[in-house]
Design a protein around this ligand. Structure first.
Ligand code: ZN
Length: 210
């Protein structure tokens, strides 16, 4: 499969925007999830870009999820939305440092670890439906990205928001969380709910051996 050109991407986006139904979320195994997405360099008009972002946000909410990268709906551009306003019970929120994250649109993002602390928790992906695994990631990162006005912006994230930022930025480089996960921790949502739905991962680590 060849890399699509700008006009093919514009046509694909026009088709998504014209469709009545929300697009399905592309699942692992599709090549679009494994290619490095192309930089966003103003390929769309401002109204088109806003319409695409609004569509991505709807798909993310509908799933429901806390992030969506453009390749997950078949658009190979470095564009992602993140938003986490879920109400999480106290102890889980505290252990995972899951603090509210208002909508952020990231274009051409890159992250770098700040400090050497890491955090390991179960995470899932809308493109690996029904599965979760433990991924160890830097606890704090600096994100450099272009905002909606095209300004290069730098912002630090820690805890769960840092995890979301890394997960979505990884998508744009063709990386899925399973590439970085402890594969022995892999669980279906049902088994996770039965055995490992604790704030931390210590019990899972002992019993699954990772
Ligand atoms: Zn994902």
């Amino acid at each position: 499969m060849n890399t699509p050109g700008p006009s093919e991407i514009q046509e694909a986006v026009a088709a998504l925007l014209a469709a009545e139904a929300l697009p399905p979320i592309i699942q692992a195994g599709h090549p679009v999830l494994r290619r490095k997405a192309m930089p966003y360099e103003g390929q769309f008009s401002e109204p088109e870009l806003h319409a695409l972002i609004s569509l991505m946000r709807k798909v993310m909410h509908e799933a429901p999820g806390v992030g969506l990268a453009a390749p997950q709906i078949g658009i190979p551009l470095q564009l992602a939305v993140i938003e986490d306003l879920f109400d999480i019970p106290g102890e889980t929120a505290r252990t995972r440092e899951r603090t509210p994250l208002p909508l952020l649109v990231m274009m051409n993002p890159e992250y770098t670890a700040v400090g050497s602390e890491v955090a390991a928790f179960y995470e899932g992906c809308l493109s690996l439906h029904g599965l979760q695994a433990v991924v160890e990631r830097p606890r704090r990162v600096r994100l450099d990205y272009d905002d909606l006005a095209g300004r290069r912006t730098s912002r630090e994230f820690s805890g769960w928001p840092a995890r979301i930022v890394q997960h979505e930025t990884d998508h744009l480089g063709g990386t899925l969380y399973i590439d970085k996960a402890f594969t022995r921790s892999l669980a279906t949502n049902a088994e996770y709910a039965q055995w490992w739905a604790h704030p931390g991962i210590e019990e899972a680590r002992r019993q699954l051996g990772f």
